[in-house]
Design a protein around this ligand. Structure first.
Ligand code: BES
Ligand code: ZN
Length: 451
């Protein structure tokens, strides 16, 4: 039995300790937990035998860096992941508390189990296995683990853009995506970008009685609704002029490969999403809508009276949180500029609108023929006993575009999450067989690259 098979219990215990730290990046009250999680990663990497494991302090949450560079002439990989998590609410919907990791059946339930602590830990344990058994790695490895991916990754972006020589590598390895289906090894070769913004709408100078002033007063919530309807039609077409100009359609081969993926749309609707109907551009196939088309979504509208009972008021102001997912070759700057122009065109009279950017990230595409991708597909295929499929994902990992743009470094997105892992939702889980096999696949990958 290999180290990886004999140490499964240790791996699980270590993961639980990591998951108990509520490292929620968007909430100021969790700052101490952010630091605890960063220190956990640093200390674990140090104990595994990596060199110069340290926190990189700057503005924002600490980055964790560690390296092992004892294989001259061999490739160098940069392992990336994030130790921060999304807020756990709504708490009452969790079957076990979000920060008390609980194993039920073959799954471990906790916030961050799949996104991304369980997956970062895969990379950490793969490296540990080599160092603990043979004292060396087949290739050179650097770790760069961040603590604000879930809030846009601003500081790691600035760090990577400053191009420190120490993080340059031949390829980045990122485990923060999903397998297409249980048991099906999957490489993700495209991510959407994002522009996240807030619309601040101001009507009257103060709240007004809706009987006394209704009929003459502007209503900011109505204005938000009108603006939203002017930005996207009922078929999901975004109406912002020029918005689709730079959208690069998938190649015929990629489209054909997506059409061959094993997929049951009924089950996807009923079980995974619990919806009656899918929406979006009717003339575009589902995977293309999810992976290769931009979106515009409203996440929340705040304003007016939302308590129990009734209050007859015309609110003076309202805000909406909106994001656009972008695909190659759209850019966040251009999408934002076009959005602002379309909003000002759509703003009804009597209100003023301010658009505030919260964060933005470019989309990214990976060349699936690059040798680092091929070895990864082979390694995963061997461990999972099936041929690896190539998909894209609709989600965003802000730093991946920058690895490419600033460091000329391709990313290998070898993820081990599952479609029903409940990312960002109650009862997030990670499938333990994927955890253990993921560690073996990552190890097998290093071994292959070292040959
Ligand atoms: N791990 C996800 C992204 C993801 C999910 C990729 C599923 C592929 C499949 C990541 O942690 C995430 O949620 N990112 C945010 C980024 C945003 C806040 C800038 C996202 O996509 O919403
Ligand atoms: Zn993630």
């Amino acid at each position: 039995m290999s180290y990886y098979q004999t140490h499964r219990e240790n791996f699980l215990e270590g993961l639980k300790t990591f998951l108990r730290i509520p490292s929620i990046s968007t909430l100021p009250e969790n700052k101490p937990d952010i630091r605890k999680a960063a220190e956990f990663v640093r200390d674990d990497l140090k104990a595994a035998g990596l060199h110069s494991a340290e926190l990189i302090e700057g503005q924002g949450n600490p980055l964790v860096y560690a390296e092992w560079l004892g294989a001259p002439g061999k490739p160098t990989l940069l392992f990336y992941g994030h130790y921060d998590v999304q807020p756990p609410d709504p708490l009452e919907e969790w079957k076990s508390p979000p920060f008390e990791p609980t194993v039920r059946g073959e799954d471990i339930f906790a916030r961050g189990a799949s996104d991304d602590k369980g997956q970062v830990y895969i990379l950490m344990k793969a490296v540990e296995g080599f160092l603990k058994t043979g004292g060396r790695l087949p290739v050179n490895v650097k770790f760069l683990i961040e603590g604000e991916e879930e809030v846009g990754g601003e500081h790691i972006s600035a760090y990577v853009a400053s191009k420190p020589a120490r993080i340059k590598a031949d390829a980045a390895v990122v485990s923060d995506t999903e397998m297409f289906a249980p048991g099906l090894p999957t490489l993700c070769v495209g991510l959407r970008g994002i522009v996240y913004l807030e619309l601040e709408v101001q009507g009257a100078g103060h709240d007004l009685h809706s009987g006394v002033y209704g009929g003459a007063a502007p209503n900011p919530i109505q204005a938000i609704a009108e603006i939203l309807c002017a930005l996207k039609d009922r078929d999901g077409h975004i109406l912002i002029p020029g918005f689709y100009d730079r959208v690069r359609p998938p190649s015929p081969e990629e489209r054909a490969a997506w059409a061959r993926l094993p997929f049951d749309e009924e089950e996807y609707k009923r079980k995974e999403m619990e919806v009656g109907e899918l929406t979006g551009e009717p003339e575009i196939p589902l995977f293309e809508r999810l992976w290769a088309r931009p979106t515009l979504e409203v996440h929340g509208i705040r304003g007016g009276f939302t308590g129990e009972g009734a209050k007859t008021v015309i609110p003076a102001r309202a805000t909406a949180k909106i994001s656009m997912r972008l695909v190659a070759d759209q850019t966040p700057d251009e999408a934002l500029a076009r959005f602002k122009a379309a909003v000002s065109e759509a703003t009804p009279k009597g209100v003023t609108v301010q658009v505030k950017l919260i964060h933005g990230a470019a989309p990214s595409l990976v060349d699936p023929t690059n040798p680092f991708i091929k070895s990864s597909a082979e390694a995963m295929g061997e461990v999972f006993g099936k041929e690896t499929v190539y998909i894209r994902s609709g989600g965003s990992i802000p730093i991946v575009g920058l690895f490419d743009q600033h460091l000329g470094m391709p990313s290998v997105l070898m993820g081990f999450g599952l479609p029903d892992d409940n990312l960002h939702a109650p009862n997030e889980k990670f499938h333990l067989p994927n955890f253990y096999l993921g560690i073996e696949a990552a190890a097998r990958y290093l071994e292959r690259l070292g040959r």
